[in-house]
Design a protein around this ligand. Structure first.
Ligand code: X8Z
Ligand code: ZN
Length: 612
């Protein structure tokens, strides 16, 4: 993992960004903030900062890796101490970087200074006591999530992974409700910690010259914060009609399955019925809503089981997609050091993540793999992070990151869009490729994951940004959360919620301090990348049937973008693969165009009243 600046993919990095204290318990003295004198001093400062940060990042990564793999009081304390140290240094460097503003600088130096100043996720105030407090809170919140369990009345206790599996499989509304409600118990004690964390980090952001943490988070996209917010509104506006059609169709089908009492025909959908703990991906309810005449008749989860895939074999298969594109195989240490299976004997952070321990080749994933279609995709997602990390390893430290954080999240997903029936046949999982009459089933399956996700990908940070800028007050945390869930996703809590609850905390990225808009961006970008790479591969068929498997030309083009890391503004990286500098939802809409038509027909035929 890397320190503060950049990336993302790994959660740990973000965690470390948050924290800080110094080696041997000594406090790092705040650096002098006298105006810097000249461009030469700026270049020297940047070089020096990179050396310091790189060295610290390795130490911080190790501490964080150990904490996430063995959650105990001791590892929490070590993680907090390390976080304190890294945050302290990062904040000092960011403060100093700001003093070079206004000088005429070499563009590379200027870009690095800007990155130093604006890449923190959880900046601490300069006051060491407050830095220590923030580091401790941040570690504690992570631990609360990682250790979270819910015990049913029967006495059986389940982790988040187990509860999520239950939510994906069960069709019993009572059981779904209990799992949904049970998991959210873990978040109640997070509320006051989170509130204090926001206060401290806001103060840290103000110390760095930002209005608040919201402005800082939105300053990481090579454009003004308000322009970035406008971009998001624009993209969502383009996608929303497709989402509305999907929502309408799914709500109608759920109503037929569960009846008016449990799943009403109108209004927001109760959030426990969508096959996922957070109603963020709906692919697991595909069987309940599948089209009668266009279901392709296979299920990847079953194919994996039938073909004897265990966790390691699933990862090997994903790796082989990347090597088929011309990427080098993963190093031996990846296999010996990664975590693939949830340990029975200790608490770990199960939420999947990809790590780069030495900023070179010590790349790993940490994931409690379930042998399901969903996790087969998530493995590709995680390896996308690792292959990206390795591709930019020769960049200077500050540029070891993605073009923007959405790019990091989009790479593995782009590859996973190539997991088509034809590909499954090529690798021996599927016997016959369904004909084109089954495309609607395949597209619906894909939309239940990708399109259903988009408003969720957007709303989490809409909530956080308003919390950060004070528009949402602590006494309204939960109400505001559900207002936004309803506004964007058209879902509602299945039972009454009050301010004794803290439902945002039941989603990993809130206690984990991982910005979330990156996933929304990734869901737009991956369709742009997929289309462009299919064009490069010379595929002339429908884009939803295209797989770039084995195409070295597409692989080389992708690698060209990955190698750039964060060295250039993201529109330039985007242009390398797609030929355009604009994020554009058209690729999403083109991919799903046949489904959009079909959904509208279905909704009209069934005389459904859409909207909520
Ligand atoms: O957190 C992740 C990855 C790790 S970066 C597994 N994702 C988001 C989530 O699970 O909420 C991928 C999709 C969205
Ligand atoms: Zn990711």
């Amino acid at each position: 993992m890397k320190l503060p600046f950049k990336q993302p993919s790994q959660i740990a990095l973000v965690v470390s960004v948050a924290l800080g204290l110094s080696a041997c318990g000594q406090q790092i003295k705040p650096v002098a903030t006298a105006p810097a004198v000249d461009a030469k001093a700026a270049a020297e400062f940047v070089n020096d900062a990179e050396v310091k940060l790189e060295a610290l990042s390795i130490e911080a990564s190790r501490a964080e890796w150990i904490y996430s793999n063995f959650i105990t009081e001791d590892t929490a304390a070590l993680s907090a101490a390390m976080g304190e140290k890294t945050t302290s240094m990062s904040v000092q460097l960011a403060t100093q970087a700001a003093t070079f503003a206004g000088l005429k600088l070499d563009p590379v130096v200027a870009r690095k200074l800007n990155s130093l100043r604006s890449s923190l996720i959880l900046p601490a105030p300069l006051d060491p006591a407050k830095n220590a407090e923030l580091a401790k809170i941040s570690s504690e919140l992570n631990g609360l999530y990682g250790k979270g369990k819910y015990c049913f009345a029967s006495g059986e206790c389940m982790t988040q992974t187990e509860l999520s599996a239950l939510m994906a499989e069960s069709k019993d509304p009572q059981l779904l409700l209990e799992a949904w409600q049970g998991w959210r118990q873990i978040a109640k004690p997070m509320r006051s910690l989170f509130q204090r964390e926001v206060e401290l980090a806001n103060e840290g952001a103000r110390d760095l010259g930002f209005a608040d943490l919201s402005e800082l988070w939105r300053s990481q996209y090579d454009m003004k914060p308000q322009e970035f917010s406008n971009e998001l509104d624009r993209l969502w506006g383009e996608i929303k009609p497709l989402y509305d059609s999907l929502h309408c169709y799914v709500r109608g089908e759920l109503n037929e399955q569960y009846g008016d009492e449990v799943a009403p025909k109108t209004g927001p959908i109760p959030a426990h019925l969508l096959g996922n703990m957070w109603a963020q991906h709906w692919g697991t309810i595909y069987n309940s809503v599948a089209p009668k005449d266009a279901d392709p008749g296979f299920d990847v989860t079953e194919l994996l089981a039938k073909n004897g895939y265990d966790e390691v074999k699933m990862v090997k298969q994903a790796e082989s997609f990347f090597t088929s594109l011309g990427f080098d195989a993963l190093p031996e240490t990846f296999w010996s050091r990664s975590l693939f299976v949830q340990p029975k004997d200790r608490d770990v952070v199960c939420h999947a993540s990809a790590w780069d321990l030495d900023n070179q080749d010590d790349i790993r994933i940490k994931m409690c793999i379930q042998k399901t279609a969903e996790d087969f995709t998530v493995i590709h997602h995680e390896l996308g992070h690792n292959f990206y990390q390795r591709a930019y390893k020769n960049q200077p430290y500050i540029f070891k990151g993605s073009a923007n954080d959405g790019f990091h999240e989009a790479i593995g997903d782009t590859i996973a869009l190539s997991i088509t029936p034809k590909y499954l046949q090529q690798i021996g999982l599927l016997e016959t490729v369904p004909d084109a009459s089954k495309d609607i089933g395949l597209l619906l399956q894909q939309a239940l994951n990708k399109i259903a996700f988009m408003p969720f990908g957007l709303m989490i940070d809409q909530w956080r940004w308003q919390v950060f800028n004070g528009q949402i007050k602590p006494e309204d945390y939960n109400k505001a959360w559900w207002d936004l869930r309803e506004k964007y996703q058209g879902v509602k809590a299945p039972i009454e919620r009050t301010e004794a609850d803290f439902d945002p905390g039941a989603k990993y990225h809130v206690p984990g301090n991982v910005p979330y808009t990156r996933y929304f961006l990734a869901h737009v970008l991956q369709f742009q990348f997929h289309k462009a790479l299919c064009d490069i591969a010379g595929d002339t068929g429908p884009v939803h049937r295209c797989s770039i498997y084995g195409n070295k030309e597409a692989g080389a083009k992708l690698n060209q973008m990955l190698e750039m890391g964060a060295s250039k503004p993201w529109p330039e990286a985007l242009e390398v693969v797609t030929g355009t500098q604009q994020m554009d939802a058209k690729a999403v809409l083109d991919y799903f165009a046949p489904l959009q038509t079909w959904l509208n027909e279905q909704n009209t035929q069934a005389q459904r009243q859409c909207g909520w």
